[in-house]
Design a protein around this ligand. Structure first.
Ligand SMILES: [Fe+2]
Length: 83
């Protein structure tokens, strides 16, 4: 395993636990995007590069899924662009 949860979720207030998990999930998915794109840039194997970039795109959709959940769960996270 390359990753560890960056905070101790056992110490998180129960009301905030799911929101904290969603934030950690967003971080993990963004980290995965960077990892796959970095590996894609390193390999000279065109097929491997193609698969890594496809997986990176899938990870970007996962970022969006967790972020959408977080927007619903955390009212302070709502749009703040004046609309
Ligand atoms: Fe993912």
């Amino acid at each position: 395993m390359l990753s560890q949860i960056p905070i101790n979720l056992e110490k998180v207030n129960k009301d905030n636990l799911d929101k904290e998990i969603m934030r950690v999930a967003v971080i993990a998915e963004l980290d995965a995007v960077n990892l796959y794109e970095q590996m894609a840039s390193l390999t000279g194997n065109e097929n491997l590069k193609k698969v890594l970039l496809e997986v990176a795109r899938e990870e970007k959709t996962h970022v969006g899924e967790f972020h959408a959940m977080l927007l619903k769960a955390d009212k302070e996270q709502e749009r703040d662009d004046g609309r």
